[in-house]
Design a protein around this ligand. Sequence first.
Ligand code: GLU
Length: 301
Amino acid sequence: MNSRYVGRFAPSPTGELHFGSLVAAVASYADAKHHNGAWLLRIDDVDQPRSIDGSSESIVTALEAFGFHWDGPIRRQSERQHHYQDAIADLRNRSLAYPCRCSRRQIGKTARQGVEGLVYPGTCRNWQGTGDEQTSIRLLTSDTEVTVIDRIAGDITQNLETDIGDFVIFRADGIAAYQLAVVVDDFLDNVTHVVRGADLVLSTPRQMYLQSRLHYPTPQYAHVPLVRDRDGGKISKSDGAHPLDPAQPLSALKAAWQFLRQIPMPEPVQDPELFWSHAAKTWCIDLLRDAHSAYPDERTA
Ligand code: GLU
C-alpha cells in the first residue's frame, strides 16, 4: 500500500445511500485504488438529532454489496467528541475563537449576503461571556485569501472575512459543527486525498483555514459534479430520493462510472470485483475537469 495516499468516504447517516452519494463513493474509491492507497469509511454522525436510526447500518450494507472494501475499522464522529472539544479549547486558548450569543434572527437584521449564506458581522468579537451561557463558538477569520487548488475544479479563492465571516465551529446546542469535525477527523485519520461531492466545494476554504489555525496539513481536494434531480436540485438522502438496489450493484456502478465520464468498461464485467479491478486500472480524474462547469449555482446563492 502507498502510505502517502489515504482517502475516505464520509456519509452522514440521514437516509439510504442514493445514486448521488454512490457517485462520490465511486470517485473516491477509484482514485484511492488507482493510487494504490488506503481508503477509510467514516460515518459522519456528529449531528445526532439529524441522524436516522438504522441509516448507518443500511449504508454500510449497501457499500458492501457494491464491492467497496475499507481499510481498518469504521470511524464514527460520535466517538470523537473529546477530540473536537480539545481542538476548540486549543483555539480558544490562543484567542482564535470566541463565544457568540447572537441568534440567527439577530444576525439576519444586519448581516449581508456572502458566497454561502450571511456574513457574520462580528458582533460578539469583543464579548467575553460569563462562561455560564449556552453559546456557539466562532472562528476568528482574517482578511486574507485562501485558495483551494482543486484537482477537478481548478482554483477557488475566498477571502474568509469578507466572503464568509467568522463561522461557527461549535454549536450552541453543544454539537461540534461540521466544519470543525471534518477537519479534526481528516487529521486524526491522516487523510491525504479528499474526493467528495461539489456541494462541499465552497466549504473547503473554511476547512483549509481551520487546518492552518490548528497546524494540521491540508489534504488534496477534488470535488465531483453533483447528480441533479429533474428540477436541477441536489438529490439528498433525507429526501428518500433515488434509492439504490443493492441486489443489482452492477448497473448502478456502471451508471456512476458513466456519470463520472470514465472510459466505458469492456464487456462483460459480471460482478463488482471485476468492475473494481478494471476501475482501479483505468480511473482518470482528468476526464472530469471539463465537467466542473456543471457545479452548483451555490457560488452565488
Ligand atoms: N458527511 C458529509 C456528507 O454526507 C460529507 C463530508 C465530507 O466528505 O467532507 O455530505
